[in-house]
Structures are given as structure tokens and as C-alpha cells.
Ligand binder design. Structure first.
Ligand code: 26Q
Length: 832
């Protein structure tokens, strides 16, 4: 792939882009001149970024074409990953690394007298997701390409990604992020693959025909789905997979009619309305967004993707749909694309005239569903009325699927009508709803959770009835993260140190990382390990000063909690503890404080009142604490605005302590926890999500676990939990709570934080903050004592990195490919 020579492609002689420094320089300058009309004197950083990105893109494209052509020729089974969210972050440097040209490019840019760091910072993050679920999808895309698994990711090309967060007057302000205002060099429009998506209208059946016979869906309002492809390169191999994102365009016929009638405004309205579908990402994470436009988005990208999958299948296999499950596997990332199930039924029955039962059999073999949340309010359900008016044929099909399903239930459990009601896809009540998770389970051959505890709770809790009836479809696939972005790219110093210590095989075979454990007691490694952490803290300090104007001191402990703001994630517990520390130091009760900087970052859903109030509390507490001369040397608190992938890449390598403190039984997995530990931070965490498996890997002495277990939380609540009891018996908790309640942090409006205070007292403290406080505080005391023993700390830190091999998304994807998709690696030959 990296050889510089001429090549033929499709019978055309094209120039194989060379990978040497001179080749790169030629491409870069040629793009600057002929594409952007600039020279190295007149070019802006933006011009330089684009030219550089184009030069890299040119080097991806041939292998991209070869990969796709090879998949077609070998007629391989492919997996389609359907996700409403992706969070790829910046791509320029990552692509450089993946095609093996990072160092060469860096030198080339440097020798031109340009600044590599500044250039790559010109790229906006592709923020097409909210949090864990979206970032996981991107880690998976990376691993699928690296493992050479034939895969295609489908999603929406939102014009506005996740909002930009500003902090003004201590509060979150949302600013629209129009990332496509500037050119996206990584996408290629593919008008030849656009498809038509229908909405509304009516369904016509032949007289006396069953709902299961082919029907006609007429008088619809249509939207065009335009695909944009982004290359996803494997790590230094020959595979380049595709991420295909759909953009909504209007069909011109409709507005032309109105236009010709002279109703210009209306003509524009319908254009605007159809194009609004891909306009904006819903900024809700683990919280409901029960808006019709959201449902439209879900159907829009699902239908477009399925039509695309079928087109490709027919091209390779004709209409022999019996082969479909041997050639296609479709993965549902949460229930957001669950309409794919009735949609595939509709396409098979109505468009390709398959028998209902035949179609139904194929569908279940093809789909698999991953659940990502136990929060009851985040389980998707849509009013039957809404689906009926937007997707009338799908509603019929859902009823028919449900009929079949309920017959099986009643066959297995005769007379158990309560069970039938619980399991039905339709929720009865004042208004009837479609339960998307039930639809996804009934239509899939595999349902998985994302960490061992989560899968277990899912099977015993929300999906208990389903698990009793079909235990074989349930399984666990513990999440992972891609080591390419989450150590190799974001922590070059540590990457070098690890390679110098154990050789560099670990980069391509992560299981080698455990060899590092052999050096956990090595004084020379310790010294370098410490130095790397220090340098990463300095790098962060530098960036925070330049971007946000605040100074942090790298000599202090960096204690970091970064994730979406949510009550169950308990940022409130962390800030309460900060207040207790502050009060303790200020009053002289704490005399042995170890200097620390506590950092928070994360976005709140714009409509999530409590989450926004937590952000305001953190900012006000930070303001009060940071200006106090008495405590300044010992405690600093910062809220860093606009958390995103590119910021995480600086924060994570600089962390000493990673906060993973969700109420046990609430965080499905967490993936930030893995990123921190991989970069040598020590975790303070609860027995929740993947923390439990991390503890198994690193050993109980190398992680700081506190608080009630999921079982204990359940029992406590069942017995009648009284948060007041904990308040009464813990002096530090009482002091911290009282400061907030008395308005110490908001003198101009002392009752400002009442809703937060109430939630953990009279409100019943659903996330057991009060009950876990003492344990959390004591755990922090243990962890700071441990920090003072530098040798011991370095040892633990090294063992954390060394024992993270399990949490590579490569391991996760291997399991998905083997157990769920039935797909093997297909190494793409270098040349035809
Ligand atoms: C719900 C109802 C209606 C519309 C949307 C939603 C909705 C939106 C986003 C439901 C859930 C989400 C996002 C969930 C999510 O990000 N879950 C996280 O997934 C990670 C990857 O598996 C886990 O590591 C996290 O623990 C989990 O919180």
C-alpha cells in the first residue's frame, strides 16, 4: 500500500500517492495552490489544515475503493451498524496515524516552517453524538476496520451536532455548533445512492386481504436521503471501511407543484420542513426526547440504511432473499433504529412480495440489539397515534408482529394475562404506546448488555419476562475503547515509554500490554512514568491557561470527573465532598490536606433542570473556593466548559484520579473509566458498570472502591431509606450540606439551590448520595494517603495501564463478530 509507484484502477492509470516526505510535501503544496489558491505565505491555518487533510485523504481513497471492490467481489457477509450517534472527534491526526504517515507528515509540516499542532487544531470535532453511546459507536468503527471486519456504519449527517457549551454567570449556555459551515474534507457526497423515504399517507389493501399480504402505501410525503461517505481506516492495514451518513433533502416535485401554483412561501416551507430532519442532533443522553421530529429522524435513517443494504445485497445475490442472513447482519445501537424491524418486514412483504412468515424468519436472524441503559425513563416509547399518522403501514406490521409474539407467550404461559400485558410491544393505558425495546427484542436473535453487571440486571430487571422465555438470546458484551485514540494518539509520551519498556507489539496486539506488570517495581520505569504524568499535566495546564484563562498547578493532584451531567452519575456527591474538604481545611479540622485540583467537565441536556443546576453549583462553589487565600494552596475546583472528544484527549492523560462514582446499578458500563485507567490514573469508583470488571483485572488493591453495592442499594430502598439519618450522623456531610442550603455559595439568592438540597432530603435521595457520602470521603482519604507514597502510587498506576488489555474495543468487537454477527476478518489484498 505504501509503495510509491504507478498503478491502474478501473483501467485508468492513476498515480499511486507516495508515502515519503517529498511526496507528502508535493501533495500538500499542490492542494494549497491548486485547490485553495494560496501559497505558503498567504495561507491561513485553515488553508493549511484543509490542504493537509486533502493530502491525507488522497492517500486513503485508493485503498478505500479497493476495500469496497474486494468486499463485493468476494461477496462477503457484512455487518451494518445502525446508530443515531457517532462521536469520531478530530480525524486528521488519527488518519495520519492509521495510514502510517504521522511522523513523516509532522516533519514535512515542520520543515515548511509551519506549526503542526496549530494546524490539526483547526479541525472541528465531529460532534454527532451525546456521550457514551456515540463514542462507543466510533470506537467500534475503528476496531472493525483494524480487525478487517467488513462493516458499514450508518447514521445521520446532522448539520448541527451537539451544542457548544459556554459558561456565563456560572450557568450553562447552549450555542449552536454548525460544524459544516466549514468544509468537511472527510466526506464524499454520493448522489447515485440517494433513496426516497416516505412519511404519512394511507395504506391500501386488496379487498379482504390480510394485513400480512402485500399492501400499497400511497399519498405519502416524501423526503430524499442523500448519503455522505466517510472513510474509516484500519490501523496500519489495508482495510478502509465506510461510515455512511444520511442527509435529508426535499423532493423537488412537491414544492415545484406549489411553486407553479404561485404559493412560493409554501414551496419553501415544505423544503425547509423535509430538510429539518437531519438539521439537529437531539441533545438528550439517557433522557427522553419525545418529539415527533426525533421519531422522523429514527425512521429516516433506518429506512435509508435498509434500502441501501438491500440494494447492495441484490447487486451481489439477486432476489434470493433466503441468502440474506448469510450475507447481512444488522446491529441496533440502542432502540433508536428499532423501526428497522418493521421496515425490513415492509420491504420484504410489500416491495419484494415475500410471504409474511418467510420474511419474519429472515428478519430475526438478521437483527441484534444492544441495550445501553437501565434508566426507566430512557427506555424509548412512542404514542401509537404518532406512529399511525407518520408510518401507518409500520403500525399495522407492528400489530401483526405483536400478535404472533403474544400467541407464543400465551402458548408458553397459558392464562397468564398479566405476563402478556407486561410483555406486549404495545403498552396499554390512557394513551397507547409502542415499547421500542420490546420491539427490538422480539425482532432480534441477540440482545446484549454492555458490562457483566448491566447484562445481569437487565436480564433480572427490565427484561426479566423475556429472559425467562428465551434465555438463549441474552448475552453480555463488555464495552471497550480503541487504544489507537485513547493512548497512542492522546498520550504519545506514555506510548513511547511503554514501547521502550516492553517493545511495540502491544500496539497491534493489546494482550502484550500485561508485560508491563513485570516493571511495576522497576525504579527506572517509575522515574520515567512519573515524568510522563508530570509532562501531561503541564500540557493540560498550558492548554487550560490558553483556552480558558485559568491556571492549574501540575504539582497538585489532578482529580477529574468528566462525563454528561446526570443525577445518577453523582457529580453532586463529588462537589459535596469538595465543600466538606474546603470547610475542613478552612476550619483547621483537616491539617494534613494534600494539595489537589478537582476538575469537572460535561454537558447537561438543555431541558434537564437538575443537571443544569448541578453545573451552576459546581461553578459557584469553584468561584468561592478558588478565591479563598486560606485554602488556595490545598484545594482548587474548576469546571471546564464544552467537554468533547478533543478536550478529553488532553484531560485523560493528565489525570491522577478518575471519578467513576455513579450509584451502583445505574451506569450501564462507562467507558471513560477505561480510558483513565489505561492512561495510568487510579479510579475512585463504585461497584457499578465496568468498574467491577476493571477491579477484577487490576486487583482490588489497585482501585479505590467505595459505597453500597447494587444489591445493597436495592435492599436499603426496600427497607425504607431515610437520608436524614446519614445527615444527622456525619458532621462533614452536615456542614457541607448546610453551607449550600444556607446560601453560602449564592448570597444574592440563598434559596437558589433548594431543589438540589430537597432532592437528597425530602425528595428521598433516589441516588443515595447521603448514604454513600461517608464511604466516599473515607475512600478519598485512603487515596490521598496512597498518593503520598510515591513508589506505591507509581506501582499502582503502572498496574492499571498494564491490566487494561481486556478493555480494548478490539476484544469487544471480536466477541460481537464471533458470537453475534457470525463474521470473520477479511484481509483486503494490497492490490488486485
Ligand atoms: C431515550 C428516549 C427517547 C429518545 C432518546 C433516548 C435516549 C438517548 C440517548 C436514550 C439513551 C441515550 C444514551 C445512552 C447512553 O449513552 N448510554 C451509555 O452507553 C455507554 C456505552 O454503552 C455506556 O458506557 C454508559 O454507561 C451508558 O450510560
Amino acid at each position: 500500500m505504501n509503495s510509491a509507484k504507478d498503478n491502474t484502477l478501473n483501467g485508468w492509470k492513476i498515480h499511486h500517492k507516495g508515502m515519503l516526505k517529498d511526496d507528502m510535501r508535493r501533495s500538500f503544496l499542490s492542494n494549497l495552490t491548486y485547490n485553495l489558491g494560496k501559497d505558503s505565505r498567504t495561507s491561513s491555518l485553515y488553508d493549511q489544515y484543509l490542504s493537509f487533510a486533502y493530502a491525507i485523504r488522497e492517500r486513503l481513497i485508493e485503498q478505500w475503493i479497493l476495500t469496497q471492490r474486494y468486499y463485493h467481489k468476494a461477496n462477503v457477509k457484512r455487518t451494518a451498524y445502525l446508530s443515531l450517534e457517532y462521536l469520531p472527534g478530530r480525524l486528521l491526526e488519527m488518519n495520519c496515524i492509521n495510514i502510517g504517515i504521522h511522523e513523516t507528515s509532522r516533519q514535512m509540516i515542520h520543515e515548511l516552517g509551519l506549526n503542526f499542532e496549530q494546524i490539526v487544531h483547526e479541525e472541528p470535532d465531529a460532534g454527532l453524538g451525546n456521550g457514551g453511546l456515540g463514542r462507543l459507536a466510533s470506537c467500534f468503527m475503528d476496531s472493525m476496520a483494524t480487525l478487517q471486519i467488513p462493516a458499514i456504519g450508518y447514521g445521520i449527517r446532522y448539520q448541527y451536532g451537539i451544542f457548544k457549551q459556554q459558561i456565563a454567570g456560572f450557568r450553562q449556555r447552549e450555542v449552536p455548533e454548525e460544524w459544516l459551515q466549514i468544509i468537511n474534507p472527510w466526506e464524499i457526497e454520493r448522489p447515485e445512492y440517494r433513496v426516497r423515504i416516505k412519511f404519512g399517507g394511507t395504506v391500501d389493501h386488496a379487498p379482504e386481504a390480510s394485513l400480512r399480504a402485500p399492501a400499497q402505501w400511497n399519498d405519502t410525503e416524501d423526503v430524499i436521503a442523500m448519503p455522505y461517505d466517510m472513510p474509516v481506516a484500519g490501523f496500519q492495514n489495508t482495510t478502509v471501511n465506510t461510515l455512511r451518513l444520511w442527509s435529508a433533502n426535499s423532493t423537488n416535485e412537491l414544492d415545484l407543484q406549489e411553486f407553479n401554483r404561485g404559493d412560493y412561501a409554501k414551496a419553501c416551507d415544505s423544503k425547509i420542513e423535509s430538510e429539518s430532519i437531519s438539521k439537529v442532533l437531539y441533545p438528550s443522553d439517557n433522557t427522553p426526547a419525545g418529539k415527533e421530529l426525533r421519531l422522523k429522524q429514527e425512521y429516516f435513517f433506518t429506512s435509508a440504511s435498509l434500502q441501501d443494504i438491500i440494494r447492495r445485497f441484490r447487486q451481489d445475490n439477486g432476489d434470493d432473499f433466503g441468502l440474506f442472513p448469510e450475507k447481512v447482519s444488522i446491529h441496533l445501537n440502542e432502540t433508536h433504529p428499532a423501526l428497522a424491524i418493521p421496515e425490513l418486514m415492509r420491504l420484504f412483504v410489500d416491495e419484494y412480495h415475500l410471504e409474511w412468515d418467510t420474511a419474519r424468519g429472515i428478519v430475526t436472524k438478521v437483527f441484534a440489539y444492544t441495550n445501553h441503559t437501565l434508566m426507566p425513563e430512557a427506555l424509548e416509547k412512542w404514542p401509537v397515534k404518532m406512529i399511525e399518522s407518520l408510518l401507518p403501514r409500520h403500525m399495522e406490521i407492528i400489530y401483526e408482529i405483536n400478535d404472533d409474539f403474544l400467541k407464543t407467550v400465551i402458548g408458553r404461559y397459558p392464562h397468564d394475562t398479566a405476563r402478556m400485558r407486561r410483555m406486549s410491544i404495545i403498552e396499554e393505558g390512557y394513551e397507547r404506546h409502542v415499547r421500542m425495546a420490546h420491539l427490538a427484542i422480539v425482532g432480534s436473535h441477540s440482545v446484549n448488555g454492555v458490562a457483566a453487571l448491566h447484562s445481569q440486571l437487565m436480564q433480572q430487571g427490565i427484561f426479566r419476562d423475556f429472559n425467562e422465555m428465551s434465555p438463549d438470546i441474552f448475552n453480555n458484551k463488555t464495552n471497550g475503547i480503541t487504544p489507537r485514540r485513547w493512548i497512542y494518539k492522546c498520550n504519545p509520551l506514555l506510548t513511547d515509554l511503554v514501547s521502550r519498556t516492553i517493545g511495540n507489539e502491544w500496539i497491534t496486539d493489546f494482550s502484550h500490554l500485561k508485560e508491563l506488570a513485570g516493571y511495576a517495581g522497576d525504579a527506572a520505569v517509575h522515574e520515567q512514568w512519573e515524568l510522563v504524568k508530570r509532562k501531561n499535566k503541564e500540557r493540560l495546564a498550558d492548554i487550560l491557561y490558553r483556552w480558558e484563562g485559568f491556571s492549574v498547578d501540575p504539582h497538585m493532584i489532578f482529580d477529574i470527573q468528566i462525563k454528561r451531567i446526570h443525577e445518577y452519575k453523582r457529580q453532586f456527591l463529588n462537589i459535596l465532598h469538595c465543600i466538606a474538604l474546603y470547610e475542613g481545611i478552612r476550619s483547621g479540622q483537616i491539617t494534613d490536606a494534600v494539595p489537589r485540583t478537582v476538575m469537572f467537565a460535561g454537558k447537561a441536556a438543555p431541558g434537564y433542570y437538575m443537571a443544569k443546576l448541578i453545573i451552576e453549583l459546581i461553578n459557584r462553589v469553584a468561584y468561592t473556593i478558588n478565591k479563598d487565600k486560606k485554602t488556595k494552596k490545598y484545594l482548587q475546583v474548576h469546571f471546564i466548559p464544552n467537554y468533547r472528544v478533543s478536550l478529553a484527549e488532553y484531560l485523560i492523560p493528565a489525570a491522577d484520579i478518575s471519578e467513576q462514582i455513579s450509584t451502583a446499578g445505574t451506569e450501564a458500563s462507562g467507558t471513560g473509566n477505561m480510558k483513565f485507567a489505561l492512561n495510568g490514573a487510579l479510579t475512585i469508583g463504585t461497584m457499578d458498570g465496568a468498574n467491577i470488571e476493571m477491579r477484577e483485572e487490576v486487583g482490588k488493591d489497585n482501585i479505590f472502591i467505595f459505597g453500597l453495592t447494587a444489591d445493597e442499594v436495592r435492599t436499603l430502598k426496600a427497607r425504607g431509606y431515610n437520608p436524614q439519618l446519614y445527615y444527622d450522623t456525619s458532621e462533614p456531610l452536615k456542614q457541607a450540606f448546610d453551607l449550600i442550603e444556607k446560601g453560602y455559595f449564592c448570597p444574592e439568592d440563598p434559596h437558589h439551590f433548594d431543589p438540589l438540597c430537597h432532592s437528597i432530603t425530602d425528595g428521598g435521595d433516589p441516588f443515595v448520595i447521603m448514604a454513600d457520602f461517608e464511604s466516599y470521603m473515607n475512600c478519598h482519604r485512603r487515596i490521598t494517603t496512597a498518593y503520598l507514597d510515591t513508589v506505591q502510587w507509581n506501582r499502582m498506576s503502572i498496574l492499571n495501564t498494564a491490566n487494561m488489555a481486556k478493555f480494548s474495543s478490539d476484544r469487544t468487537i471480536r466477541e460481537y463478530a464471533r458470537d453475534i454477527w457470525g463474521i470473520d476478518a477479511i484481509p483486503v489484498p494490497e492490490e488486485e
